[in-house]
Design a protein around this ligand. Structure first.
Ligand code: TXA
Ligand code: MG
Length: 317
């Protein structure tokens, strides 16, 4: 059920229920992060493996040291600069965070989401919210309340409607080590350049299928059911004229073929905002294959390319 009533949603969460919540990045599937029983239900509803830890959403930077320990200076700097916003910081956890949330790691991912309804909700609660993206594990993340309802309605108490997400790709996940090293674990809504501006040199970790200590970084992820191919769109369309194919381009229109553009002006922020909804729409069309192209590798274009590469790595069914 899609609702607008924030006090009602707060009450559901106090009772240990699961609720879909809006954030600026994607919708989350939220539960009381300090309640094991509620958190277990997140994994069940998503069909998510227990080795993949959850992000904990807090109301403000003032709560950071309630849930994290020994916070490095650069992490404070990033939190002050970019919260509320699409940035998750991986930090040593306080004991109050259950093992289940962190998959047994001694670190926790924390963020203050930049959405007025969810900030209002968090301010009414005396616990933080564990919330992965509100999609079945491995599928495309939701960017509207309806996307959440379409896939998880039977399994959750409500979805709080906050309109379409304004960023459209998940948060950037950053680890700050005690030696001052800053590493991006997942590209996302906060650009690499913005992080460099704040803390200087930044490393980027490459995800790998064989490294479960980089959880949630599996190559195949964010995937539509229809096989997705990355390449020169026009060439792939012309060379495969026996297949029923559609395309997703940044801005070019190929009028002989069915497809969608992410941004008619080639604006990468707009492309990010439209990415997941476009993938869902195209996935529902019943094509044999969807062909797409990589974006310029700058700013939020890096996060779009990361999601496209992982969607394309999905096994062909
Ligand atoms: O924008 C977002 O981050 C959205 C919204 C709802 O906040 N959430 C999100 O959650 O994308 P999810 O579960 O789809 O991705 C969470 C990822 C995990 O897969 C894992 O890679 C990383 O966050 N993560 C969480 N805790 C971590 C930890 N302690 N160490 C390393 N990575 C962690
Ligand atoms: Mg996710």
């Amino acid at each position: 059920m899609i609702v607008n009533d924030i006090p009602y949603v707060a009450e559901l969460l106090r009772k240990g229920e699961l609720v879909g919540i809006p954030t600026e990045t994607v919708y989350g599937l939220a539960a009381n992060a300090l309640d094991d029983k509620a958190v277990v239900r997140i994994f069940e509803a998503k069909n998510r493996p227990f080795f993949d830890p959850l992000i904990v959403h807090i109301a403000s930077v003032n709560q950071l040291d309630t849930y994290a320990l020994d916070i490095p200076d650069k992490a404070w700097k990033l939190a002050h600069a970019y919260w509320p916003g699409p940035l998750t910081l991986v930090l040593q956890r306080q004991a109050v965070i259950p093992d289940l949330v962190t998959s047994g790691l001694d670190t926790v991912g924390l963020r203050v989401p930049n959405h007025p309804a969810t900030l209002d909700l968090l301010s009414r609660l005396d616990f933080p919210l564990a919330a992965p993206s509100a999609n079945p594990f491995g599928y495309i993340s939701p960017t509207t309340a309806q996307h959440v309802a379409d896939q998880l309605e039977q399994k959750i108490a409500a979805v709080l409607d906050g309109g379409p997400c304004t960023v459209g790709v998940e948060s950037t996940i950053v680890h700050c080590a005690y030696d001052g090293t800053v590493t991006i674990l997942r590209q996302g809504g906060l650009a690499l350049e913005a992080i460099q501006d704040c803390v200087g040199e930044v490393n980027v970790r490459v995800h790998s299928e064989s490294n479960p200590s980089a959880p949630g970084m599996l190559a195949s992820h964010y995937a539509p059911r229809t096989p997705l191919v990355i390449g020169n769109i026009e060439q792939v369309l012309r060379e495969n004229n026996t297949l029923k194919m559609g395309y997703i381009s940044l801005q070019t229109m190929y009028s002989e073929f069915p497809g969608m553009q992410l941004s008619t002006h080639g604006d990468l922020a707009e492309a990010a905002r439209h990415l997941f909804a476009t993938m869902r729409t195209m996935d529902a069309e019943g094509y044999d294959c969807i062909v797409t192209e990589l974006m310029p590798n700058q700013g939020i274009g890096r996060a779009i390319n990361d999601r496209l590469n992982r969607a394309a790595a999905a096994p062909i069914l």
